[in-house]
Write a protein that binds this ligand. Sequence first.
Ligand SMILES: Cc1cc2nc3c(=O)[nH]c(=O)nc-3n(C[C@H](O)[C@H](O)[C@H](O)COP(=O)(O)OP(=O)(O)OC[C@H]3O[C@@H](n4cnc5c(N)ncnc54)[C@H](O)[C@@H]3O)c2cc1C
Length: 364
Amino acid sequence: MKVAIMGAGLSGLACAITLEKNGISPTIYEKGSRVGDRFVNGEVLLDILNRPIDDCIADLSNRYGIYLKPTSTIQSMELFSKNEKAKIEGHLGFTNIRGRNQDSFESQLERQTKSTIHFNSEYTFEQLRTEYTHVVMATGDGAYASEHKNFKEDLSVSIKGATVEGTFDPNRVMAWIDYDVSPYGYCYLIPYSEKETNVSLAIPDLPENADVNISDLWDRFYSNIQSQLKQELPITDRFQITRYPMGICLSPRIGNTFYVGNCLGTMMPFMGFGQYPSILSGIYAAYDLCGIDNYEELMKPVRQSYENSLVLRRSLEKLSNEGLDRMIRSLQGYLGEKLFQTKSIDPVKLASYVLRPVLNMTKE
Ligand SMILES: Cc1cc2nc3c(=O)[nH]c(=O)nc-3n(C[C@H](O)[C@H](O)[C@H](O)COP(=O)(O)OP(=O)(O)OC[C@H]3O[C@@H](n4cnc5c(N)ncnc54)[C@H](O)[C@@H]3O)c2cc1C
């Protein structure tokens, strides 16, 4: 068996590590000149979005032998709508760095891989398919899956973000969901350290947002957070992503081609989270390649999570700022604590079951 992995990101590297543990040495082809060859940004692993798992980092190490060191634990999350605020406390998850940084998750995974990585790769899927018996598509988007007529695109998002300097609590993340600032989208602050943080704004590319200028929105958000945090926040780095497609493959595997990570559709439409399911998809594809388990079966819960998350996204698009105020108000206090801290409750699943009939969406 000769396995090629296209893409040295979270899912591709997790796949390689798992294959190696089971005696298969894949060859990895990476478009960039190094692992994490992209902008730096802060991301989170939130326990509440990965139920029934209540600690993704421990789960990856205990069950799969994949070791990741996050930047920090999240002990406090502050959620703001236009007029309301909810503060949730407890062990809520982890923050981590991505991209061109020696501590980024992809850099950490690279250090656990022995497989050869060919950088600056211009290999196409067709070339890899000719030379290898199996190809794992881990390119971080649905472009190839779309070409293969295997991708259902549900939405796209545009994101503008920056690294800023200031004074921050590394254990506290903040999110704003105010449609005057980010119409149908959201903004967030994820610290890298006590001195640096990532601040980003994301909006879906809905027809309602056709005339919206993301740079104007960003300027307003940037000015708002400086007032709210009572600090000047000099920008040291910036990034912008335009029309990033979110969707899911119709088949996780076609013949001897496996689609993993965002190539498969592990980025969840509700708020764009996808790190943990991306890593899992790489591990599960490797299990199938090693004859340990069946990839399509293993991915069923992830596919279901995607569909549940899509219901929540569609519901958010129907809310006004008044509705968002009510939602945030209801998260303050007992309900918020219960939702975030009861390990047996999967709020995304629960909410999607309640909302699906309201939105006239059928269950997949
Ligand atoms: C701005 C932003 C913020 C996010 N925030 C969060 C968050 O807070 N929490 C969370 O859980 N998720 C978050 N996500 C989603 C998460 O980052 C992704 O779901 C995850 O990185 C997907 O992993 P992957 O392996 O599919 O892709 P990646 O990790 O992106 O890796 C893809 C790799 O493939 C390479 N590649 C691309 N094309 C080719 C080619 N043709 N040939 C060879 N190599 C190629 C790329 O260079 C890259 O190295 C965020 C995403 C974005 C964009």
